[in-house]
Ligand binder design. Structure first.
Ligand code: TXA
Ligand code: MG
Length: 323
C-alpha cells in the first residue's frame, strides 16, 4: 500500500488540490476523492474502482451556495431539503450547469450534489477551497470500494479494497469508523415532485415533512450504481425472518447478522448483534467484510424491523442478497 496514511485533513486536502486521489471519511462511508474539475484525477477514480465511466459521481461541496455553481434550475422544494439536511447524509440530483462536466456526470444532464456533515470531510473541503481559491470547489467522491463491492466504513476497509491501486502521491485519511455506515439518501430534484433514488438516514418521511410535498413515484433519473445486485460481499447473503431462523435448518457454519436479542442457532457464527437500527446500519458492512475475511460462504441476515433508517438498511441487505 504505497499511499500515505494520515490523520491530518490538511494532507488529504493538499493531495486532492494537487490533482491526486485521497481516501476521505464522511459521516456515511469512506469516499475516494478527486478534484471534480480535474479530468485526469477523476479518470483515475474510475480506474481505481473499476467503475464504468458512464456511472456518475457525487460532487461534495461546502454549502448550499456552492450548489448554485453546479446546478441549473434548482426547484423550490430543494431549498427546504438543503436547509434541513445539509450538512448531512443527503444527495440532491439536479439539472447540471456547465461546471459539471461529462466526466463526472457520466454524460447525463444532471449532477448529484452533497454537503457532507462529517467535520473532517468539511475540513478537507474548506482547505481545498482555500488552496484553489474557489468557494464552490467540489470533490468528486464515490464510495472507496471496488465496483459492485461493499462500501468501506473504516480507512482500513478502504485500503483492503483499493490500496493496491493507489500511488505514493495519494493519501488515505483515517478518522475512525463512519458514524452512519450506509450511503447517503439520494433525492431526484429534476421533476415537479421530489423522488427517492436511494434510501438512507434521511427518510422518505423526512423528505415529505421538510418539503410539505408528497413524494413522486419511482425516479426516472438513471442511477447506474443502484443495480439490484450491488453492495454485496463475496459470501452469498440469505435473508430470513427471525421465526425461520429458529424453525428451519440454516447452512451449517454460516455467518449470522441479527438484531440483539435474537438467539444464535447452534452451528452459526454470530458476527453482529446490533441493539438499535442505528447500530445495525453502522455495523452491517463491517460484518459483511468479516464474513468474507473468515471465508464463510453464506451470511444469514435477520433484518431490522420498523420504518425510517430500517427501510434503508433492508434496502442494502436486499440488494446484497440479490447478487
Ligand atoms: O454517502 C454517500 O453518498 C457516499 C459518500 C462517499 O459521500 N458516496 C457514494 O457514492 O455512495 P457512490 O458513487 O458510491 O454512489 C453514488 C450513487 C450511484 O448509484 C450513482 O449512480 C448515483 O449516486 N448518482 C450519481 N450522480 C447521479 C446523477 N446525476 N443522477 C442519478 N444518480 C446519480
Ligand atoms: Mg458506491
Amino acid at each position: 500500500m504505497p499511499a500515505m496514511m494520515t490523520r491530518d485533513a490538511r494532507d488529504a486536502a493538499r493531495c486532492i488540490a494537487a490533482g491526486h486521489l485521497a481516501v476521505i471519511p464522511t459521516e456515511t462511508v469512506y469516499g475516494l476523492g478527486a478534484l471534480a474539475n480535474d479530468e485526469h484525477a477523476v479518470s483515475r477514480v474510475f480506474a481505481t474502482k473499476g467503475r464504468p465511466i458512464d456511472h456518475p459521481l457525487i460532487a461534495h461541496i461546502l454549502d448550499a451556495r456552492a450548489a448554485q455553481d453546479w446546478a441549473d434550475a434548482i426547484p423550490e422544494y430543494a431549498h427546504p431539503l438543503m436547509d434541513a439536511f445539509w450538512p448531512g447524509p443527503l444527495t440532491l440530483v439536479c439539472a447540471r450547469n456547465n461546471r459539471a462536466a461529462d466526466f463526472i456526470t457520466g454524460g447525463q444532464d444532471t449532477v448529484a450534489l452533497r454537503v457532507p456533515g462529517s467535520p473532517v470531510a468539511r475540513e478537507v473541503l474548506a482547505i481545498v477551497s482555500e488552496i484553489t481559491n474557489d468557494a464552490s470547489v467540489a470533490i468528486a467522491a464515490p464510495s472507496a470500494n471496488r465496483f459492485g463491492g461493499v462500501s468501506p466504513t473504516t480507512a482500513q476497509h478502504a485500503i483492503e479494497e483499493i490500496g493496491d491501486r493507489l500511488t505514493t502521491d495519494d493519501v488515505v485519511l483515517d478518522a475512525g469508523p463512519c458514524a452512519i455506515g450506509i450511503e447517503s439518501t439520494i433525492v431526484d430534484c429534476t421533476a415537479d415532485q421530489p423522488r427517492i433514488v436511494r434510501l438512507g438516514k434521511v427518510t422518505a418521511e423526512d423528505v415529505e415533512h421538510a418539503t410539505g410535498m408528497q413524494l413522486g413515484g419511482s425516479s426516472q433519473v438513471r442511477a447506474p450504481g443502484m443495480l439490484a445486485a450491488h453492495y454485496s460481499p463475496r459470501a452469498s447473503v440469505l435473508l430470513v425472518k427471525e421465526a425461520q431462523l429458529q424453525e428451519q435448518a440454516m447452512p451449517s457454519g454460516a455467518a449470522l447478522i441479527a438484531p440483539y436479542g435474537v438467539p444464535t442457532p447452534p452451528g452459526l457464527v454470530r458476527l453482529s448483534e446490533p441493539a438499535t437500527t442505528e447500530e445495525y446500519a453502522a455495523d452491517l458492512y463491517r460484518a459483511f467484510r468479516e464474513a468474507d475475511s473468515l471465508q464463510l460462504s453464506t451470511v444469514v441476515v435477520v433484518p431490522p424491523s420498523g420504518a425510517g433508517l430500517a427501510d434503508a438498511v433492508r434496502d442494502r441487505i436486499t440488494r446484497a442478497a440479490h447478487a
